[in-house]
Design a protein around this ligand. Structure first.
Ligand SMILES: [Zn+2]
Length: 277
């Protein structure tokens, strides 16, 4: 599933192709991809608009339009946005094409059809409940401590909880917890202030590193030009299936399920009982 580094990469690489371009047409191969408003309204309110900007918030892409409305795209499990021309062959599993002037097409590819587009007047109606952005200056160790304070849920679940912190999902939660040497089942509120600092640094490190590597192509993620990201080559625990060894201590990586999420960790480097005394 695309997480913050993948969506940030898509935003960065799509931006130069689309800003200032006018939407000339929309093709929907799967109407369920339009969540809001009706398909008819979607066509009439989007076609003819110029795209004035593109931003990311959490895992959402936010396209601003001259009308003042915003087109919000969530790629969910398997979505990608690919850039091409009118002459390009439509990629397999394309559910929608946004046609722009100057012969630019955005192909919304989504094998499992969980991705959604919404056209709304107020972006906050969709993104208003998201927690802080982990790479913004305002996200300090103190802010993370406040988010975790008194929480009894396992850290893995809290890191993936979008109202708690925006943009992190399964892969980068596992990587951050490994980098911070914290067990995924530890309760949020149980961390010492030193551990919170380590976790804060680990979250920022793994996310920046993954953005530098243009995201992780473990599954169906592509960059807008159709190439793959390489962030998964740096993964220490995420997607390490079946007995691969920890690069730090040589212990087999374990997989557990935390609130329905497959979770990878090193039982030696990330002990559950910290025996602090
Ligand atoms: Zn280890």
């Amino acid at each position: 599933m695309p997480e913050l580094p993948e969506v940030e990469t898509i935003k960065n690489e799509l931006l130069p192709h689309i800003v200032g371009r006018r939407v000339t047409d929309v093709t929907l191969f799967w109407e369920g991809i339009v969540r809001q408003p009706s398909v008819e309204e979607f066509y009439s309110r989007l076609i003819g608009q110029r795209l004035t900007g593109l931003a990311r918030r959490g895992k959402y892409l936010i396209f601003s339009l001259t009308s003042g409305e915003v087109l919000i795209i969530h790629l969910r499990m398997t979505g990608s946005l690919l850039v091409g021309q009118d002459s390009s062959e439509t990629p397999k599993y394309t559910r929608a094409i946004i046609h722009l002037d100057k012969d630019i097409n955005i192909f919304f590819r989504d094998p499992r059809k969980f991705g959604v587009m919404r056209l709304v007047e107020d972006a906050n109606s969709i993104i208003g409940k998201l927690g802080p952005e982990p790479l913004e200056a305002g996200f300090t160790p103190q802010v993370l401590a406040q988010r975790l304070d008194k929480r009894t849920a396992p850290l893995k679940a809290l890191l993936c909880d979008q109202p708690c912190i925006a943009g992190i999902g399964n892969m980068y939660a596992d990587e951050a917890l490994f980098a911070a040497r914290v067990h995924p089942l530890r309760q949020g509120g149980s961390l010492s202030s030193e551990e919170v600092k380590h976790l804060h640094r680990a979250i920022q490190q793994v996310l920046w590193s993954a953005i530098g590597n243009k995201g992780a192509s473990t599954d169906t993620y592509f960059r807008p030009d159709g190439t793959l990201g390489t962030a998964h080559f740096q993964f220490q625990v995420a997607h390490r299936l079946g007995g691969e060894l920890c690069s730090v201590c040589g212990t087999p990586i374990e997989r557990i399920v935390v609130r329905n999420r497959g979770t990878y960790f090193c039982p030696h480097c990330q002990p559950l009982n910290t025996n602090r005394s």
